[in-house]
Design a protein. Structure first.
Length: 112
C-alpha cells in the first residue's frame, strides 16, 4: 500500500487516546496484527488464538479500537462481513490490497 499506517484512521468507535502502556495481551495482539503483510487477513478469533488467548476475539477488537498504527482492517469477523461502523474506512483499504467488498460488506479475499 505504501502509506504510513500510523496515520491510518482507527476503526469506527475507536478511541483517540491510546493507552500509555500496553498490557501483555495488548502487546501480543499488536505483534500478531502488526506482522500481517498487505493482503493477508485473519479473524478476530484467529488473532486471539495466535496471541495465546483462544476465545478472546472481542478483547482483540477492543485492542484494535485503542491502539493506533495497526492494520486493523486486516482483521475480520468470522463471517467475513465488515461491521457497519468500519465499512467506510475499511473498504478502500481492503480494496487497495486487492480484496473485493460487496454491497453487504462481505470481504472477498484476493487470494484463496
Amino acid at each position: 500500500m505504501g502509506a504510513d499506517i500510523s496515520t491510518m484512521p482507527l476503526p469506527g468507535g475507536g478511541h483517540a487516546d491510546p493507552p500509555d502502556r500496553l498490557t501483555p495481551f495488548q502487546q501480543r495482539v499488536a505483534d500478531v496484527v502488526g506482522a500481517l503483510p498487505p493482503g493477508d487477513l485473519l479473524t478476530y478469533g484467529e488473532v486471539a488464538l495466535e496471541a495465546g488467548h483462544p476465545g478472546a476475539g472481542q478483547a482483540v477488537a477492543n485492542v484494535l479500537r485503542r491502539v493506533p498504527g495497526l492494520p486493523w482492517w486486516r482483521v475480520l469477523p468470522t463471517n467475513g462481513r465488515l461491521y457497519r461502523q468500519h465499512r467506510e474506512a475499511a473498504t478502500p483499504l481492503l480494496q487497495a490490497e486487492g480484496h473485493r467488498v460487496d454491497d453487504e460488506g462481505r470481504v472477498r479475499p484476493a487470494r484463496g
